[in-house]
Ligand binder design. Structure first.
Ligand code: BG6
Length: 483
């Protein structure tokens, strides 16, 4: 594995620990090494020191010692072909030292504007896609993939000049989460849900993403990206695909990605101005700690108009979902960390137990993705006593309680899939472009507004709260409430 951005935050926090874990668990063969590449000048020893810090308590184990013996580092510039020549020589030595047969996975844990230059320089150095018969050379890129439709198309074209499509792995780490993959099993391996999984029985669907963190270690990246491009265009639309796509005719990666593409193509934002709200946090507090406003976070431009919160309403034009709204909302610096999907069923059309002006709460099926990993179904039950009263209850399946063992982390799953050449959990070219196409008018409209109009259109919410007050009116105007 060649890891670009090896001294960066993502590499330290997610990728290197994941690589160590799959090595420790013997999920990769002994013929394995990690070659880091980055701008920060580091010796092999200093790089291993960083990895040790990232591994924390595990750093002293025998497995960690064996892993560290397989790690090296190259200092270089992403834009300089000479650095890639040097990388090529070092890579050849490592391949021969560890008898890998030359199979290489390039992982790009770098900002998106570097994907193109790195792929091009790999191509120039003769390190890009190899002929089919030769040992594989694969490229794994992080998200966001571009910043709009035009740039995503350009990037696809640029990468495809040097790598075959089957060798490009466009990451969405949400797809590596066990609870996210469970959505497919839940829908397609159980017979009871599919018959009611449509506009006749489902009233609407809510997808929500909330974090307590602010911009933390990457203010520069976030400030030029905003939460819609950072999370809605990718993680949330992938969740929506899993909930709403048609059943694939097999679990073949291409069949799954065909279905996602069809769904993405059917999605519409009816009013690009009114159906997406944007917000930004002001000063607030969480657990007794004062939190500063977004505009005062270190590294954020004082005149920034990046959104740290959004709510969006999306429809699908296909026969299964016509008329069913999908509400998506996400925010940073909210009161909790949680990602969830709630499928809200229609209320019974007639309930002989209710007064004429009443109806029982709708059944809601919730997928809790994190931090709790669970699936629950709410239903009505009779309250004990002589009167015929009912109250909503929940049936719940909890991952930890049911299975005990902790599943692999998202990055462990994705890195192994990349090594095994399994594309099921990665974005395909047409899918990523369809996701940008859905948001295109709204993004273009927003970007075209003068800065002062964007400032005044951003709703504010106190850091540590549940989000802007206006979000209630947004959903109530559709006759629904947030879960
Ligand atoms: C990343 C976003 O893709 O996902 C971050 O860039 C976000 O802004 C993160 O914090 C959330 O991932 P997770 O797995 O912690 O929910």
């Amino acid at each position: 594995v060649v890891l670009f951005g090896a001294s960066g935050h993502l590499a330290r926090n997610k990728v290197l620990p994941a690589l160590f874990h799959i090595f420790r668990d013997a999920s990769v063969p002994d013929s394995f090494f990690v070659l880091g590449f980055g701008r920060t000048p580091l010796s092999d020893t200093a790089f291993c020191g960083q990895i040790r810090t990232a591994l924390g308590a595990e750093a002293g184990s025998d497995a960690a010692r064996e892993f560290l013996a397989r790690c090296g580092y190259c200092t270089g510039s992403y834009h300089d072909p000479a650095s890639f020549k040097e990388l090529g020589s070092r890579l050849a030595q490592m391949h021969s030292r560890w008898a890998t047969g030359g199979r290489t996975l390039f992982h790009l844990a770098v900002p998106p504007d570097l994907f193109g230059p790195i792929a091009t320089n790999l191509g120039k150095a003769g390190l890009a896609s190899a002929p089919k018969s030769a040992p594989f050379r694969r490229l794994m890129v992080e998200k966001p993939f571009g910043r709009d439709l035009a740039s995503a198309k350009r990037l696809n074209a640029e990468l495809l000049r040097h790598f075959r499509d089957e060798d490009i792995f466009r990451i969405d780490h949400y797809l590596g989460k066990n609870t996210v993959q469970n959505i497919l099993v839940f829908r397609f391996a159980n017979a009871v849900f599919e018959p009611v999984w449509n506009r006749r029985y489902i009233d609407h669907v809510q997808l929500s993403f909330s974090e307590t963190e602010g911009v933390e270690f990457r203010p520069g990246f976030f400030d030029s990206t905003g939460l819609i491009r950072d999370v809605l265009q990718n993680h949330m639309l992938q969740l929506l695909c899993l909930v709403a796509m048609e059943p694939p005719d097999s679990f073949d990666p291409e069949r799954i990605r065909d279905r996602k593409f069809q769904l993405l193509r059917s999605l519409r934002i009816r009013d690009p101005a009114a159906d997406i709200l944007r917000g930004r946090y002001s000063a607030g507090s969480l657990d007794g700690h004062a939190l500063q406003p977004y505009l005062e976070e270190p590294g954020v431009r004082p005149d920034s108009t990046a959104e740290t919160w959004f709510a969006a309403k999306v429809y699908s034009d296909n026969p299964r979902w016509r008329g069913v709204p999908f509400f998506l909302r996400g925010g940073k610096r909210l009161d909790r960390r949680e990602a969830s999907i709630s499928v809200v069923f229609k209320r019974p059309s007639y309930c002989m137990l209710c007064r004429s002006d009443e109806s029982p709460a709708p059944n809601t099926l919730s997928f809790l993705i994190q931090p709790e990993q669970a699936v629950s179904l709410s239903f009505q039950a009779k309250v004990p006593g002589s009167k015929m009263c009912f109250a909503p209850l929940k049936m719940e399946f909890d991952y930890d309680r049911a299975f005990g063992a902790h599943p692999r982390t998202d990055y462990e799953t994705l890195l192994l899939d990349g090594m095994n050449g399994d594309q099921s959990l990665f974005w395909r070219k047409d899918g990523v472009e369809a996701a940008w196409r859905l948001l295109e008018s709204s993004l273009a409209l927003w970007d075209s507004l003068p800065a002062d109009s964007r400032h005044s259109a951003l709703l504010t919410y106190p850091a540590g709260s549940i989000g802007p007050g206006e979000m209630d009116a947004f959903i109530r105007k559709e006759g629904r409430d947030w879960i």
